[in-house]
Design a protein around this ligand. Structure first.
Ligand SMILES: NC(=O)c1ccc[n+]([C@@H]2O[C@H](COP(=O)([O-])OP(=O)(O)OC[C@H]3O[C@@H](n4cnc5c(N)ncnc54)[C@H](OP(=O)(O)O)[C@@H]3O)[C@@H](O)[C@H]2O)c1
Length: 233
């Protein structure tokens, strides 16, 4: 029997040379307003959004659906105004006052190693549900747990460690890759993915479903296999 898991959409904005940030303290803007509106529509179409703990520390993202109309449509369909928020941490060293935990009225789920649950719960248990997903954490167990909580579609929004974890585990169904028209050129900057063994290699190419210019950026939409998450995009 095939494993029970949500459909997984991985979304990233990258420089032309494959960096998803630079090393400055302020957040690097890769997207443009038109593309942010597109991302908002994708967010509004999923049940949960996942980012790694380092992204919460670096960017303090809210991960809310910004458009009032899209929020209204979700609520009319019986969903929370914004998708559930999911993160992954070993150390639990994430600020409970981060917007990930404090903004909006939606579920917050923190996955960690079984052996770290007690420590992570003591730090984040008041603001999130802390769940062990194996020792070490097994992404298949994480996804099975999400499916058990009614999550049918998961959007993975980075950073590089999360993209690498999900891609190398072979659990990504669709990739949305936005290229910004500039270079970062700093070997210390975070990359889209880290080195690893990827099922999608030169012998196992993905299917290009769409290449769309959006202002000065371009969206490449790849299907790993099967139908797209959201045909209407
Ligand atoms: N351009 C974009 O689309 C985009 C999107 C998102 C983020 N970013 C950028 O990406 C950068 C962060 O990326 P990143 O690769 O450093 O970090 P990340 O993927 O956001 O998070 C990495 C963290 O996740 C936890 N983790 C990773 N693997 C784990 C495992 N197997 N088990 C348990 N926990 C695990 C660890 O947290 P602990 O250390 O807490 O244990 C680790 O430090 C930032 O600069 C951010 O701005 C860019």
């Amino acid at each position: 029997m095939s494993e029970q898991r949500p459909r997984v959409l991985l979304s990233v904005a990258s420089s032309l040379d494959g960096y998803i940030d630079d090393t400055a303290r302020r957040r690097l803007i890769l997207s443009n307003q038109q593309d942010l509106d597109r991302v908002d529509e994708v967010r509004a179409s999923v049940d949960a959004i996942l980012v790694g703990a380092s992204t919460i520390r670096a960017d303090d993202p809210r991960l809310l659906v910004r458009s009032a109309e899209l929020r209204r449509r979700r609520v009319a369909a019986g969903s929370p105004a914004s998708p559930a928020r999911v993160t992954v941490t070993r150390t639990g060293e994430v600020d409970p006052a981060a917007q990930f935990f404090t903004e909006g009225d939606t579920a917050r789920l923190v996955y960690t190693d079984d052996g770290a649950v007690a420590a992570v719960r003591s730090r984040l248990g008041a603001v999130a549900t802390v769940i062990g997903a194996g020792d070490p954490l097994d992404v298949h167990r994480l996804l099975a747990d999400l499916a058990g909580r009614g999550i049918g579609t998961l959007m993975v929004e980075g950073g590089g460690a999360m993209h690498t974890l999900f891609l190398t585990a072979g659990v990504v169904d669709e990739l949305h890759l936005v290229y910004a028209p500039f270079f970062v050129g700093d070997a210390e900057a975070p990359r889209f993915v880290h080195p690893g063994t990827f099922p999608q290699d030169a012998a196992h190419r993905m299917t290009l479903a769409e290449a769309r210019p959006i202002g000065d950026v371009v969206l490449l939409r790849y299907l790993v296999e099967g139908p797209p998450v959201e045909d209407a995009l």
